[in-house]
Design a protein around this ligand. Structure first.
Ligand code: PGA
Length: 260
């Protein structure tokens, strides 16, 4: 695990973008795992800048997003499909057929029966198979929740889990309520890649900024590997990089590589 501490968020985003761009220049058909949330926004802005200013070509890139809320149609302003479109896809030359985002609408499926619903299960298997058919994810971008979650793998998620439905914790719903008119509108369920799925990416790149993430970051890097802090599983990954600002790094006791 390589931990890089940068002074500020903008520096983190530049370093992260450089890593992605280096990979993409070596492999034009890169399979890129993408995340939503506030954290990767600056990274996406940097990628857009590389596209505009240096002509960075995304036409052969294949993307897989980590997760999507259940119950929001793709055009809903808070769906992750909309987020990706407005924050990245509308501004680069990616081919629409190369974009994969978990489906969030399953018609009349009974909300309490998600785990056994055949349409949901079939979708989850299809998503996993699509990742395999694409040759596996080359580099997976991740944020981290204040509770240590990665994607919507909340504390207690199986460390070997695959794409499936998860119930969001109250903390996650409160954290994400800032994007909705009220907490009651925040979906209760999401479809998410599992920790096992994420661990199969050839490389993972986790970004975290701000003191609100400091405790989750400390537990992930210095704590034991535990399902109660899903990001701690990255300690077992063969090629993981964690990029932090000083706030997110403020509770680490060990000395880590500092660039910037
Ligand atoms: P954030 O969310 O980037 O909006 O802080 C990260 C996460 O919950 O994974």
């Amino acid at each position: 695990m390589l931990v890089i501490v940068e002074k500020e968020y903008a520096d983190m985003c530049r370093v992260a973008a450089k890593m992605v761009v280096d990979r993409l220049r070596k492999k034009p058909n890169l399979v890129l795992g993408l995340a939503t949330g506030s954290t990767p926004v600056g990274l996406y802005q940097e990628l857009i800048r590389y596209h505009r200013e240096d002509g960075l070509d995304f036409s052969k890139v294949v993307t897989f997003n980590l997760d999507e809320y259940i119950g929001l149609p793709p055009h809903h302003e808070q769906s992750y499909a909309t987020f990706m479109k407005t924050q990245l896809f509308d501004h680069i030359n990616i081919s629409p057929e190369n974009i994969h985002i978990p489906q969030g609408m399953f018609g009349e499926v009974n909300i309490t029966a998600f785990e056994t619903d055949p349409a949901v299960t079939a979708f989850c298997h299809w998503y996993e198979d699509e990742i395999k058919r694409a040759g596996g994810i080359d580099i997976q971008i991740l944020g981290i929740g204040g509770n240590g979650h990665i994607a919507f793998n909340e504390p207690g998620s199986s460390l070997g889990s695959r794409t499936r439905v998860k119930t969001l914790t109250e903390k996650t719903r409160r954290d994400n309520a800032r994007f909705f008119a009220s907490i009651d509108e925040v979906p209760r369920y999401a479809i998410t890649m599992g920790i096992g799925t994420i661990m199969e990416a050839r490389e993972v790149l986790l970004l975290a900024n701000g003191e609100g993430k400091a405790e989750a970051v400390r537990r992930s890097i210095e704590g034991p590997v535990t399902a109660m802090c899903p990001a701690s599983m990255l300690q077992m990954h063969r090629k993981s990089t964690i990029i932090l600002d000083q706030g997110a790094a403020s509770k680490l006791s060990a000395e880590f590589i500092t660039y910037g």
